[in-house]
Ligand binder design. Structure first.
Ligand code: ZN
Length: 191
């Protein structure tokens, strides 16, 4: 296991479409060690999630976990989740406004509209199928990580660039109102 270097905006790896992983390569000790390193790197950086191309490997793997996260104190907890070759399908047209940040876009946040209910089909880290419905704020995290695997960053989806702000100004100017918004979504969708 190791702490991996996180690519920063401007590095072309972040703009690359990640390739599918085969079950055989997924089950190798080297690939399993890579997934462990992704988890370590996410924990080390206090990220809510991490996609493989953020650590310079263009393969379709992302990891997520939220456990009283200091970067996102209002986010509902997400158990440690590894998605391999994920496909997300929106279950309705309804979207919510999410104030997002990213380990690859330092000191920047902005408002992105995300589907509030999605179906995720993927493999877990052992290649066993995952088929689940994800709702609310957590659905936003899934969409953020899966966008990375398609070479997209949250800033591509910011519809109004005037919502872009530093983390300091987010906490000064926007966090209180956003927390109320998050509370309503969690009350309505359960996560
Ligand atoms: Zn990100």
């Amino acid at each position: 296991m190791a702490i991996l270097k996180v690519a920063q905006i401007g590095h072309p790896i972040l703009r690359q479409q990640a390739r599918l992983v085969t079950r055989d390569e997924l089950r190798t000790p080297a690939f399993q060690a890579f997934i462990d390193s992704m988890i370590d790197t996410m924990h080390d950086a206090a990220g809510a999630g991490l996609a493989a191309n953020q650590v310079h490997e263009p393969v379709q793997v992302c990891v997520m976990e939220v456990k009283d996260n200091p970067r996102y104190p209002y986010k509902p907890n997400i158990p440690l989740t590894v998605l391999v070759n994920p496909v997300l399908t929106p279950l309705s047209e309804t979207k919510f406004e999410n104030f997002e940040g990213c380990l690859s876009v330092p000191d920047m946040r902005g408002i992105v509209r995300r589907f509030v209910e999605i179906r995720v089909q993927a493999w877990d880290r052992l290649g066993e199928p995952i088929d689940a419905v994800i709702r609310g704020i957590t659905a936003g995290t899934y969409q953020h990580e899966c966008d990375h695997l398609a070479g997209s960053l949250f800033i591509d989806r910011v519809e109004d660039p005037r919502t872009l702000c530093t983390w300091k100004e987010f906490s000064r100017q926007h966090e209180a109102r956003f927390r109320e918004h998050v509370k309503e979504i969690v009350e309505h969708y359960g996560s």
